[in-house]
Design a protein around this ligand. Sequence first.
Ligand code: GTR
Length: 360
Amino acid sequence: MAIPQIFRDESDKKNWNKRREEILSLFENYEYGKVPEMCFDNQGCILMERQELTSGHIKECYGMFFQKGKNYANLRFDLVYRESEKKLPVMMQVDPFANNPLFVAMMKNYAPNAKMDERFPMYDFADQGIAAINVDVGSLSFDDPVKSNFGMLELYPPEGPNGWCALGVWAWAMSRVVDFIYADTRFDLDRIMIAGCSRAGKTALWAAAQDERITGVFASVSGCCGSAMHRGKTGERIASIVKEFPHWSCAKFKEYADREEELPFDQHMLLALIAPRPLYITSASEDDWACPPKEFESCVLAGEAYRALGKRSLSSEVFPEPNCPISEGTIAYHIRKGPHGCKTYDWENVIPFMRRELNF
Ligand code: GTR
């Protein structure tokens, strides 16, 4: 099958909301699974700890709980900010890596000398007048094929071919944090940004595709099931991702191992679901597994949605050299020199882009 189109004809452009729903349900039914109907017996959000640090930063630690019968699941997140007269723009990070020893061991192989906080420098953001929220989504569904079934997936287990999965739970968690932001007068509701690196980048994209309250998106090295097109992809493909990480996607998706061409959608349509909101996609030059050219291609193709919605797409459609951002439009891309990950260089480009696009 040729690459499926975002707009099959003019009426898809005119009735974008309807077409948007159709595309959304393709991703629900074939890749990330569908959020079940839920009804909790009890739920809440508790401020567990508040610290005023000598640096002047405020750090708060929250726990949300969701109870059904005797079982409950919980979600932990941290907020760092500086007191301000103005409402604070928010940058939330999807963090399935917190407290996960497997991840810590893996990262040592990727980048032995990397500082962990390069991925999400919360205190720097606070200094720039941005509230930083790190969401430990693994507290709701642990990033492990077996252990992911505890927590939220124990309350609502995946059912049928489009039953939800860890990645779907993580995206849902981010929306619960958006609920928290909406209920709190400290935050600027027009400037709620989400960021995620790699598996968390996939999640950030899926969360923003579903939740239009998220107003800006940054996905780094999100690769397979993230920003990279499935068709023609090298490195990690469906067969390997569903084998290594069977808990990330819905059951139906596994049928498409080595049948990428038959998928009724491709990942550029996920990016289109984020239009017309600012979106920054990054790759890394040493990250062949994620396949940077295919991460770029989806940005080029999603440009159609940005243009149709009155925004600027990528200003160049030629795959760029490392460290040469294409960031004049509302969808932006760069390939950073170096390994898989999210680094200071990425943030140095993403934050000014968000400031310009979201006007803060
Ligand atoms: C890789 C995996 C990718 C990506 C990454 C990560 O091993 O194959 O899909 O998600 O891990 O999260 O760091």
